[in-house]
Design a protein around this ligand. Structure first.
Ligand code: NAD
Ligand code: 2HG
Length: 309
């Protein structure tokens, strides 16, 4: 049984796969060669860098591939329907990184509220902007959380611990969850001091947050996106930051990655990270364990193991 790790995997999990007798190759391929390479493998494990498109699957047809594992949550880099219609199963590791992404979301909130991002730049340029960087507390502010799933719930808990009032919108629910008050989408936009996004990207819908939605937000609000880049219209966001409509934005994910939107990346009101929501030792360990378990179960090899998370 051969497994391709197209975007790497933590070492302990690679060792475990080899102990199971799997032949493991860790190598990234360009889109043009990926499909024909995949013919040789029974399973492929990807993060977000490798896209398994219809074209890649077409190039693989007639090969051995039976399973695609997304070592992460979002499966928007895989044409799931097309894979499944060609008898290739698609699995992900949905729970492993929720806490890491939630912590990064809070980090971006603090970063923009207290000028951590820009202080790190200007102090290295010998500037002492003590008077300029008068921020705001999270305490007492309203967090408007869009998407109350696994990550949203972890963010809500942490925000509440900071003394924030949490309101939320989610297309699955319409009731308060404990102290977290459900609001209609437009009402949330109007009421929130900070808005954080925790929804998948819906291609058919396009950006969930564009010019019209930003217009409805409070003057001086902050927007944090650790979900998917295309959930936010970057041009509209930039315009709102430049006009002063928004006070700041924290962004882990971009319309195009790696991002070349220099205007956005260099905006002093923006706190940026290069799509590292799941990039902690702990999350990667859990992801690795889930990948091993998924492969064991799918190919029915070795004893069942209990995954400790
Ligand atoms: N930055 C990172 O590295 C990173 C890591 C993991 C996940 N993510 C992103 O975070 C997203 C959320 O992850 P999760 O594990 O919490 O997913 P989840 O499925 O547990 O939760 C998503 C929630 O969003 C809701 N939802 C979907 N579309 C919506 C819409 N248009 N409006 C309002 N609510 C909507 C769903 O009902 C669900 O409750 C993922 O889809 C992924 O894109 C990013
Ligand atoms: O692992 C990555 O590269 C990103 C992970 C993240 O976006 C996810 O959806 O799990």
């Amino acid at each position: 049984m051969k497994v391709l790790l197209a975007d790497g995997l933590q070492k302990q999990s690679i060792d475990e796969l080899e102990q199971l007798g799997l032949e493991v190759c860790s190598k990234h391929f360009d889109a043009s060669e990926l499909g024909s390479e995949l013919k040789k493998y029974d399973a492929v494990v990807v993060r977000s860098a490798t896209k398994i498109t219809k074209e890649v699957i077409d190039d693989e047809l007639g090969g051995n591939l039976k399973l695609i594992i997304r070592a992460g949550v979002g499966i928007d880099n895989i044409d799931v329907k097309y894979a499944e219609s060609n008898n290739i199963a698609v699995k992900n590791t949905p729970n492993a990184s929720s806490i890491s992404v939630a912590e990064l979301t809070i980090a971006h909130m603090l970063s923009v509220a207290r000028f951590l991002n820009i202080s790190n730049v200007t102090m290295r340029q010998n500037q002492w902007n003590k008077k300029k960087y008068v921020g705001c507390e999270l305490y007492g502010k309203t967090l408007g959380l869009i998407g109350m799933g696994r990550i949203g719930k972890e963010v809500a808990k942490r925000a509440a611990a900071f003394g924030m009032r949490v309101i939320y919108f989610d297309s699955l629910y319409n009731e308060d969850i404990g102290d977290y008050k459900f609001e209609q989408f437009d009402d949330l936009l109007k009421k929130a001091d900070f808005i954080t996004l925790h929804v998948p990207y819906d291609k058919k819908r396009g950006a969930l947050i564009g010019k019209d939605e930003i217009e409805k937000m409070k003057d001086g609000a902050y927007l944090i996106n650790c979900a998917r880049g295309k959930v936010v219209d970057e041009a509209a966001l930039l315009e709102a930051l430049n006009s002063g409509k928004l006070s700041g934005a924290g962004i882990d994910v971009f319309e195009n990655e790696p991002s070349t939107n220099v205007e956005l990346l260099s905006n002093p009101k923006v706190s940026i990270t290069p799509h590292i929501g799941a990039s902690t030792k702990e999350a990667q360990q859990r992801i690795g364990r889930e990948v091993v378990l998924t492969l064991k179960d799918f190919f029915n090899i070795g004893d069942k193991v209990v995954i400790g998370v």
